[in-house]
Design a protein around this ligand. Sequence first.
Ligand SMILES: Nc1ncnc2c1ncn2[C@@H]1O[C@H](COP(=O)(O)OP(=O)(O)OP(=O)(O)O)[C@@H](O)[C@H]1O
Ligand SMILES: [Mg+2]
Length: 350
Amino acid sequence: MSTAAKMSATTPLLEVRDLVQRYTLPRESLLRSPGEVLALNGVSLSLMAGQSLGIVGESGSGKSTLARLIMALEKPSSGSVLMAGRDLHCVSADELRRARREFQMVFQDPYGSLDPRQTVARIVAEPLTALENPDRETLRVRVASVLRQVGLRDADIDKYPHEFSGGQRQRIAIARALITQPKLIVADEPVSALDVSVQAQVLNLMQDLQEQFGLSYVLISHDLAVVDYLCDEVAVMYLGRIVERGRPEDLFGQCAHPYTRALLDAVPQAQAGAVRRRRQSVAIASQSFGSAGCAYAPRCPLADAHCREVAPALRALTAHHSAACHKAESVMALPPLVSEPHQPLVSKPL
Ligand SMILES: Nc1ncnc2c1ncn2[C@@H]1O[C@H](COP(=O)(O)OP(=O)(O)OP(=O)(O)O)[C@@H](O)[C@H]1O
Ligand SMILES: [Mg+2]
């Protein structure tokens, strides 16, 4: 194996190191100092080529902020994002533009993310034309080819977004992400705006594309079933931190953080033919930054004085499973929430 090949086999495709992002809020009055939101509070993770990482967590936990920083759409307050060992936030604008070929993004809203005045040909070609200047005919062949890869027809190339359903629009968004032949796709809630049946089709497409091209995904979702279906590993975020990380079977079988347990407890369970939402123990997070101790302690049924005083670090429980909780062992000893651990929550697509 060549040195370059050895390096790429051992260097993570994506490495995020101690990422912090602060936002300054507008002043409420001239007499008050401006408030601050700590959207990311020291996030570290890594992802090998061909693997997929799911990011889950309630609204405001920092998932989209993390996605924007991974995509180098904004600069972090501190920390680094390394793509194949290269720090995206330290390279020149020209290098960054060229590096963008390697990673693309799919957004949540298939209605808002596609320009309604552009044809599919232009929308899908845009990331490529930003990088190189292919002639018109080559470009049309490339666009037609990715449209076929996502299950659309050649005839769709001259249509406009309004002529497509939500699921088809998300296929166009995926085609646009694929056209530069990236290694990584960051998908922020890619199916949450779609019908359940269409969700399964789009997820199935993403899985097929991963197998075909060895793609990696960072998949952000509120829906634990979605990440269970597609991801090799899952990171659970709470108030700008990763509080648990593991394989889906670890998290769904025997989670180690009370917050993950609360998220799992809020998953809809099929009962007697009807879907009922279980007790909603997940409320909107309050931004209680700056206080000592575990950020989850005010909501945690297991919290004691130690939890309120000392913030727990993310610690390894097994080779693949880590959690930031002083009581992780007690949480793992609780009876499982789902009677059959790690049952895929999304059925095989239609
Ligand atoms: N540009 C910004 N200016 C100020 N605050 C911001 C900005 N972007 C995000 N925030 C704040 O940072 C926190 C994290 O937001 P983020 O959008 O990353 O959460 P999220 O996990 O993606 O939530 P959701 O599930 O609702 O999409 C929130 O408190 C949000 O209000
Ligand atoms: Mg978001």
